[in-house]
Each structure stands twice: as structure tokens, then as C-alpha cells.
Design a protein around this ligand. Structure first.
Ligand SMILES: [Zn+2]
Length: 167
């Protein structure tokens, strides 16, 4: 039930378990993050992502596409997806980069959207979840680790009780 939290210290897992047992996780999240973002479509998501990229990762590979993808299942790919494709274009090999964000982030607080966009942008430079990957995430969003935990709590909420933001 708490598979999104497996790598966290025991006290955090116990706190989450406690909120779930008392059926208070949704209320806890809504109290902490009452507002949904208004990045509702792929165009707005592209602009949102490019604004962050231009601020922090101007020199990394250009991004061809950013979109919400309903086929990214919460269960398996959990967060987002980074796709690199090499395409033949005009006789030359051209790298195309796209970022797909799970549809669960379409109706969510801005903090969670920012966390996942920062995460996927950092993958443009670092393929693995290593130390420099997380340093880059924290450079773009100093509160990154906190937001990743809360996003995982939100995913737990979705799985155990259902959505609290989709309206
Ligand atoms: Zn990742």
C-alpha cells in the first residue's frame, strides 16, 4: 500500500500510515496544498516547462515536445517519462527530446507539477538518479526533496482513496 514511500525512513512511513488509518491523508494534503495549478493543456505545460528550462538549463538539448500523457500509469512508471529519439531528418541524424508528464499531474497543486517537471528536466542532463541528478533538482527547486515526498503521498492518496483535486 505504501509502495511510493518505500525508500523513506521508518518514522515518515509510520506518519503516512497513521494518516491513512485515520482517513486523514486527503484532508492533510488539501490543507497543505489547497489550490490547483492552471496549467491545463499541453501548450501551457510546454510553456511552463520551457520557462524553467530557459532559466536553469539553457544549454542542454532542445526540447521538442512536452505533454500530459494519460497512458503513463501511476502504478508502473510512477512519475514521468523522458524520451530520447534519434530521427533521420534531412539526411542527418537529429535527436528529438520529449517529456511526458503523467495525467495525474494535470489536476494537482502547482508544487507537485513543478516537482515532476524539475525531475524530468534534470533527466535531460543526468540519466540516473545519482547525486548530481538530485543536486540539479535542488538547484531548480530548493524544496525538491520535500515536494517529492508530498507528491508520493498524493500518489498514495490517489491509489488508496481516490482523487481530491479533479473537479
Ligand atoms: Zn527519474
Amino acid at each position: 500500500m505504501l509502495k511510493y514511500l518505500l525508500h523513506y525512513p521508518q518514522p515518515i512511513i509510520e506518519q503516512a500510515q497513521h494518516l491513512i488509518t485515520e482517513d486523514r491523508l486527503g484532508a492533510w494534503l488539501l490543507n497543505k496544498y489547497p489550490e490547483q495549478h492552471d496549467v491545463r493543456n499541453n501548450k501551457a505545460l510546454y510553456d511552463y516547462t520551457m520557462a524553467l528550462k530557459n532559466q536553469y538549463l539553457r544549454k542542454s538539448a532542445p526540447l521538442n515536445k512536452v505533454l500530459f500523457d494519460g497512458k503513463i500509469s501511476q502504478m508502473h512508471q510512477a512519475l514521468g517519462l523522458n524520451i530520447s529519439r534519434t530521427m533521420v531528418h534531412g539526411g542527418k541524424l537529429k535527436a528529438r527530446k520529449e517529456i511526458r508528464i503523467g495525467a495525474l499531474f494535470q489536476h494537482a497543486p502547482e508544487a507537485f507539477l513543478k516537482m515532476i517537471v524539475v525531475h524530468e528536466l534534470a533527466h535531460l542532463k543526468e540519466a540516473d538518479h545519482n547525486k548530481s541528478f538530485y543536486q540539479l533538482c535542488c538547484h531548480m527547486e530548493p524544496n525538491y526533496h520535500h515536494l517529492e515526498l508530498d507528491t508520493r503521498l498524493y500518489m498514495t492518496q490517489l491509489e488508496v482513496f481516490g482523487d481530491i483535486y479533479s473537479r
